[in-house]
Design a protein around this ligand. Structure first.
Ligand SMILES: *[C@@H]1O[C@H](CO)[C@@H](O)[C@H](O)[C@H]1NC(C)=O
Ligand SMILES: *[C@@H]1O[C@H](CO)[C@@H](O)[C@H](O)[C@H]1NC(C)=O
Ligand SMILES: *[C@@H]1O[C@H](CO)[C@@H](O)[C@H](O)[C@H]1NC(C)=O
Ligand SMILES: *[C@@H]1O[C@H](CO)[C@@H](O)[C@H](O)[C@H]1NC(C)=O
Ligand SMILES: *[C@@H]1O[C@H](CO)[C@@H](O)[C@H](O)[C@H]1NC(C)=O
Ligand SMILES: [Zn+2]
Length: 580
């Protein structure tokens, strides 16, 4: 028999509910209470492009603990709004899924941001002032580095050490020219490097001298190594700073995830990627300091180490850090005439470019990596290296059997007639960088000739038509991280200094370009269950743009980033920057 009067037991029940409600307010994660399950954040009154083909547009989105609870029109998400839900009115603005930059060298880029930027400097005084300003923040004895100067902009006179010696008596200085083939050292740096009147020019390099035979401070090509060997190794603290700087920069452009390809040229150390993993990313992850999601690729030579690590800890280290796969190189670049081609470079009849990795060795490494279940990405720019890698991927897939492997070719820049359909047939992801065509068009035409350049460069539309998946990116710091500009470049293809499109038949539409920076990019690194579209269950990573009409956005493709959200939290807001 129930000893409690009915009213009392009802009161007790009400009390239990009240207690539960109370504790859920203070510890929302301790109790699972479906009837109270509201959103932490609801954004409403937007033009939300979800990237989800089933329902591409919505006006509201409910978010809980960093993930999307529901997306739809206000009436459907309304039931997710509780007393604890923070509401944000998007004022009609266009919202897109957070951009995924499929190919960056993140720490390296962040380090370069910390150097004196001399791009666009057009007067000697300006050059000197920039150095003066930068050195004032440097403790005596530390190196000051800069980059990007171009003497053509001030009439051609080459800079000399005495321009900056007076203002940098206590700091060795190294300032590399825009093309990276020469640089200026101040007198202290020359002294530390032991470069004197008597220093001989090394093979493949020049120590520039004045009429008296004294070094002027300018070092060309291999002579730069004399300086590089005495610049101290970048400290862990500086690399950590570089990660934060790079993250803030990427967030300000709407990027919420990057795929870090690590080593940025074939000869670079394989160890550095691993040091960055343990000392920078691992540290930031463990101490809760990651601001952007990062998927890491490692040098293919170290595949066994990655395999062992994934077996031990899994590929998802946290919601911020993912172990992607392994990366290698087939050739060099068009800019340095080392992309591997079938026909020689127009101006150099004996040069077909460089095959930078032994193909048998690369085959063995790819076979072993793929067998171990790792994803493989290989850099190929020239038509011949692309075919070479497609052949290699085909043999490896045949040898190891069918699986969801998502082989990637990085750049896929110049393709021979007939190569395009192979990407779709073999299910190869083409990881391409549209902004590079803005800089490359003239040089491609010069180096390959009009016919080859126009027949086979940056074939985005053809690749898509052949069912290839495109993952878009920047290769930062080679070109800027800037998905909105890059999307426009892929749609318009108007190079710098041109008034018209380069190969207009290869322009793609807004949908395909956006997909390339979101869902298709997510697939290309196996993160499509987590990110890439604004769908229930995925991370609430999104970007609020400056435009308030989709049609206007599609017509002009000129918008800027107002705010960037990662895991439902605002990680960048333009207003906050402008106000402070
Ligand atoms: C929201 O409303 C718009 C306009 O009324 C409609 O086109 C769209 O399909 C709706 N979206 C969803 C997810 O219901
Ligand atoms: C939605 O945003 C528009 C601006 O585009 C504004 O005029 C309108 O009042 C907003 N609606 C609500 C319900 O806040
Ligand atoms: C280098 O040569 C110049 C001009 O001949 C001379 O003035 C200077 O003392 C020399 N420097 C050294 C370190 O020998
Ligand atoms: C990353 O951080 C999470 C906690 O946020 C931790 O569980 C995990 O072990 C970390 N992984 C590494 C490699 O530091
Ligand atoms: C590749 O592997 C094969 C079979 O294991 C071996 O015979 C060959 O020497 C390897 N080639 C290279 C370049 O490592
Ligand atoms: Zn790269």
């Amino acid at each position: 028999m129930n000893i409690w009067p009915l009213s009392l037991s009802a009161t007790a029940a009400a009390l239990v509910v009240l207690l539960a409600v109370g504790s859920s307010i203070y510890h929302p994660h301790l109790l699972y209470q479906p009837w109270l399950r509201g959103a932490d954040l609801a954004v409403m009154n937007g033009t939300i492009y979800t990237g989800d083909a089933a329902s591409p547009f919505a006006d509201s989105m409910a978010i809980r603990r960093g993930r999307i609870l529901q997306v739809g029109n206000y009436s459907t998400i309304k039931k997710r709004i509780g007393s604890m839900t923070r509401m944000e009115n998007l004022q009609g603005k266009v919202v897109v899924p957070g951009f995924i930059d499929s190919h960056v060298h993140f720490i390296f880029g962040g380090l370069q941001m910390g150097q004196v930027q001399l791009h666009g400097v057009s007067r000697k005084e300006h050059f000197v002032n920039k150095v003066k300003e930068a050195v004032s923040n440097k403790p005596p004895g530390t190196w000051l580095q800069g980059r990007g100067w171009n003497n053509d902009l001030w009439g051609g006179e080459l800079p000399i050490a005495s321009w900056i010696d007076d203002i940098t008596p206590q700091n060795p200085v190294w300032l590399s020219r825009m093309d990276g083939h020469m640089g200026l050292a101040n007198s202290l740096a020359l002294k530390l490097a032991g470069i004197t009147n008597n220093t001989m020019d090394p093979d493949g390099g020049t120590v520039m001298r004045n009429s008296l035979g004294e070094p002027t401070g300018l070092l060309i090509d291999s002579a730069m190594k004399l300086i590089f060997s005495c610049i101290p190794k970048v400290l862990v603290e500086e690399r950590r700073e570089a990660l934060f700087r790079a993250s803030d920069h990427a967030l300000s452009k709407g990027v919420t995830t990057v795929v870090d390809m690590g080593r940025y040229f074939p000869g670079a150390s394989t160890e550095l990627s691993w040091e960055d993993f343990s000392d920078v990313y691992g540290w930031a992850n463990l101490s809760g300091k990651m601001k952007i999601r990062v998927c890491l690729f490692f040098p293919i030579e170290t595949w066994a180490r990655l395999h062992e690590l994934i077996n031990r800890v899994g590929w998802k280290l946290s919601e911020w850090l993912y172990l992607g796969g392994v990366k290698s190189f087939a050739d060099g670049s068009l800019g340095s005439s080392s992309a591997l081609l079938y026909e020689p470079y127009v101006e150099e009849p004996l040069n077909h470019g460089l095959q930078v990795t032994d193909i048998d060795k690369l085959y063995n490494l790819t076979l072993a990596s793929d067998k171990a279940g790792l994803q493989v990405a290989i850099h190929a720019i020239g038509d011949r290296s692309n075919d070479m890698i497609l052949d290699l991927y085909k043999s490896v897939a045949t040898e190891n059997g069918i699986r969801d492997r998502r082989f990637r070719i990085e750049h896929a820049q110049h393709l021979a007639p007939g190569t395009v359909p192979r990407f779709g047939e073999q299910e190869i992801f083409a990881s391409v960088q549209p902004d590079q065509l803005l800089y490359d068009a003239d040089s491609a035409i010069k180096k390959l000739g009009v016919e080859r350049a126009n027949g086979g460069s940056y074939l985005f539309k053809s690749l898509l038509s052949g069912n290839a998946q495109l993952a878009l990116g920047s290769d930062w710091p080679v070109v800027e991280i800037n998905p909105l500009r890059s999307i426009k470049s892929s749609m318009r293809r108007v190079p710098h200094g041109w008034g018209n499109a380069w190969i207009s038949s290869e322009c793609i539409d807004l949908n395909d370009a956006l997909n390339g920076y979101t869902i298709s990019a997510a697939r290309s690194c196996f993160l499509d269950k987590e990110i890439g579209s604004l769908s229930p269950g995925k991370m609430a990573d999104f970007v609020v743009l400056s435009v308030d009409s989709w049609d206007e956005f599609a017509a002009q493709v000129s918008a800027s980033v107002e705010a960037t959200y990662v895991g439902g939290l605002r990680a960048y807001a333009r207003d906050l920057i402008e106000d402070s």
